[in-house]
Write a protein that binds this ligand. Sequence first.
Ligand code: PGA
Length: 254
Amino acid sequence: MTVRTRKPYIAGNWKMNLDRSKSLDLVKTVKGRIGDGSGREVAFFVPSIYLADVSAVAQGSPLGVGGQNMWHEDHGAYTGELAPRMLREVGADRVLVGHSERRHVFKEPEEWMSRKLRAALDSDLQPIFCIGEKLEERKSKRTDRVLKKQLESGFAHVKPEDAHRISIAYEPVWAIGTGETATLEQVDLAHATIRKWLTSKVGEEAETVRILYGGSVNPDNAKDIMALESVDGLLVGGASLQAETFLPIIEYDA
Ligand code: PGA
């Protein structure tokens, strides 16, 4: 039996999926089911255009609602971008920073991540900072090095006292949306690397940081992944789009 000191965190990342009406239905269903939260934190990361409506439906429940990305400045000539304060204004209380698709599909440079992470903290948006290695990096045994480098640059402006507000998602790029999950051993080792790095960076505050796993999480593997003591939560893409698959993940220990 896993002894938990950190509250489990189950987050759904919708990416560019669902439509307004399906989004609201899903939130209503999950809200109805989780009641007062039953000892875990549940959140959806929502396309920005639906944030206001989703937040309105989630209100009065412990469901968290977040943006999938943002720019770090408060205002200015940044066509197509969103400021942290804008996410807050439409009800977001959290945000993803550095998701693999931002890094690799949209080629966002690594040095942006630290500014985004800082801006999220300054705007009182609870960040999930996403990191993970590509397949060729794993094959050439560079996983640890890549994770540490991503942590190093992301945490450049983070102070130890900020740490408890940050969650980290370990998402191997090769496991995202592929149906191929990292093995339990791979997850455990990567999470240990992250925890160790955190301790060296922020000292005992490292114990307050939740480390989530993401990459092809589904109702069949959620329980085993969550049984690892090094795993504090899950960041779920595809399986978060329907109540039938997301609810069993939220209730992984039922
Ligand atoms: P997936 O996505 O669960 O569909 O693999 C995870 C993510 O990108 O956060």
